[in-house]
Design a protein around this ligand. Sequence first.
Ligand SMILES: Nc1ncnc2c1ncn2[C@@H]1O[C@H](COP(=O)(O)OP(=O)(O)O)[C@@H](O)[C@H]1O
Ligand SMILES: [Mg+2]
Length: 410
Amino acid sequence: MTVDFSTLPAWVNKAFYPLWFDRNRFIVCKGGAGSGKSMDAHRRVLYRMIAEPGHNYAIVRKVGRTLSISCIPLIRQCISDWNLGPLFAENKSNQTVTCTTNGNQIKFLGLDDIEKVKSITFERGPLTDVLIEEATEITEQDFNQLNLRLRGQSKVPFQITLLFNPVSDTHWMKRRFFDNPGEKRDKITLHESTYLDNRFLDPEYKEELEALKYEDRTYYEIYCLGKWGSIGNLVFRNVVYQRCPYTSNEFDQIIAGQDFGYNHRNAIELIGLKDGDKYSFRELYVRHLVNSEIIAENEARHILSKKQRCIADSAEPKSIKDWQQAGYTMIAAKKGPDSVKAQIAELNRGTWYVDPVACPGLVSEIATYKWREDRDGNPLDEPVKFRDDAIAACRYAVEELDMKKTAWVL
Ligand SMILES: Nc1ncnc2c1ncn2[C@@H]1O[C@H](COP(=O)(O)OP(=O)(O)O)[C@@H](O)[C@H]1O
Ligand SMILES: [Mg+2]
């Protein structure tokens, strides 16, 4: 089988084209949301895997479990978009993708499993390339560890690519790569992009990003303009990330919510209540699936049971009906006046334990979920509506408590 790469410019956004030929050790891709960073980087991985024997990739995120909602499905999508199925073999049990013609491999790694990182080996040759997705999640120490692994003999130049939204202007990456790179400067490629560089972006997402201008200045600067910012005024301050210590039958009660989405995530969140605290212990967080596919996925993964009451976004009566017809106890959210505020107040009450292994989608949203701000940066009592699909599902879930006449504490 031969692969024709002569049509590459038709597939690749112009702003990213130079990166396909870049051999610098560090490729630092700072950008707004939807600029095409992830798609381009994952396609570049496949391109080099096929075209250049000798590459072995680690695709890395801070929390291993988040790979299953980001990098792993994206690599699969890129393989299928390019009809490369026969050239790659995926071993799901050890999260490895192997190029069948030359033995090059990709391994997906979470930095929370440091032993795995230390012991990473490939069928042929050393680790040569690291792709770090959402790189602002990792510490400088994590980065140093990875950087140290790329040394010794290799047929191809070593390379580390970092992808991120500039969510914190005090981040170590800003200092190390942008402000004060020292003599490493000529080994570093700084790449900046925004949604305007992505000619493939769907128009709804573009509109949503542009609307941030009127929603929230910090979000607008970070996600739309791709500028360094600092996210303050976070909504949730009572969250503790830890594995859930209970099984589902040990809870006093379980509540569930669903926020529908196709281009956005479709999120189902289950929260167990115990001794006044909340435990997010299970979720379904998927994208680009229609309801019948989501229902099938839910059944295969045993997330929401048919008997469990689940409060869902009332803006989509058709979706609610699809679930009901499949036998689920799906109930439309009431969404009364001030309901968002009341639901957030309920989520903020007591301690909210979130299991990062079971609920990676929710974890990824909570860290940046903030109140809107006035011109002077003072918080308003309304959250920014952006990247909040899992949180919306949790908000609907607690409406169930309202129905039981729990008093709101505002
Ligand atoms: N080269 C490309 N070809 C086709 N679609 C693309 C390409 N790059 C990006 N896209 C589309 O744009 C969307 C956003 O791109 P993504 O890589 O996820 O952005 P970022 O990682 O910068 O947030 C993708 O979901 C995909 O639909
Ligand atoms: Mg991305």
